[in-house]
Design a protein around this ligand. Structure first.
Ligand code: 13P
Length: 254
């Protein structure tokens, strides 16, 4: 068993109104009451953060943003800052999700800038990396993961990097029902962890949590999460329903 505390995060993407987000927490919190084995994080849309923060008071649940900008503040219409997330009660933030890379111009460089700002504001960054289907089929998975990891972690010191969480999300497995096998995920995690060691040293690499994301469901959670290299999950579709997400969080440990 590794010493790393698993982290299981719900990425609700652009789903749920504020009222639906509150209703989710009311149904979900009792299903995972007293659960301390894993850190549990809910990442609603910005508009629902306040509701979810209020609803998780007194529970074992944490709240995260799905994105942020790297600037402190300014004339950036439509954007949200790290300070705003922190002040609103978020403890975590997802950075560099593949949907942001694909549809909203996120690059390895902006992910790195955001990472620096998130750490400065004491948010736990969940940095997403992962290859496209064409890259996997073209034998480029390792190259892509190394590039994304090196660039995300540029110009950081080991001291400030301890809070970082990485999520390996193969793009071809997101929302498709196709999951990487536990072995494929573990292999990718080893590639990422070895690069973290080269960038930030072995101590940081050994302590860093690397999550798997991509069609995690109640029926495959246990086989994925029991891999020693997999330190938790970032869950999209199956996190929208309280029962289904609770089954994932309560996976059987073998
Ligand atoms: P799915 O679980 O819906 O495949 O989404 C994964 C994901 O993108 C989580 O960030």
């Amino acid at each position: 068993m590794s010493q790393r505390k698993p982290l299981i995060a719900a990425n609700w993407k652009m789903y749920k109104t504020p009222a639906e987000a509150t209703a989710f927490v009311q149904a979900f919190a009792p299903l995972v009451k007293g659960h301390t084995r894993d850190e549990i994080v809910l990442c609603p849309s910005f508009l629902s953060v306040a509701n979810v923060v209020a609803a998780v008071q007194g529970t074992n649940l944490h709240v995260g943003g799905q994105n942020m900008l790297w600037q402190e503040e300014g004339a950036f219409t439509g954007e949200t800052s790290a300070a705003m997330l922190h002040a609103a009660g978020c403890t975590h933030v997802i950075l560099g999700h593949s949907e942001r890379r694909q549809f909203f111009g996120e690059t390895d460089e902006t992910v790195n800038q955001k990472l620096h700002t998130a750490l400065k504001h004491k948010l736990v960054p969940i940095v997403c990396v992962g290859e496209l289907l064409a890259e996997r089929e073209g034998g480029k998975t390792e190259e892509v993961l190394l590039r994304q990891t090196v660039k995300a972690l540029a110009n950081l010191t080991p001291e400030v990097s301890r809070a970082i969480v990485i999520a390996y999300e193969p793009v071809w497995a997101i929302g498709t029902g196709k999951t990487a096998t536990a072995e494929m995920a573990a292999e990718a995690h080893l590639i990422i962890r070895s690069q973290v060691a080269r960038s930030l040293g072995h101590e940081v690499a050994n302590a860093m949590r690397i999550l798997y994301g991509g069609s995690v469901k109640p029926d495959n959670a246990s086989s994925l999460l029991n891999q020693p290299e997999i330190d938790g999950a970032l869950v999209g579709g199956a996190s929208l329903d309280p029962q289904s997400f609770a089954k994932i969080v309560n996976y059987t440990q073998s």
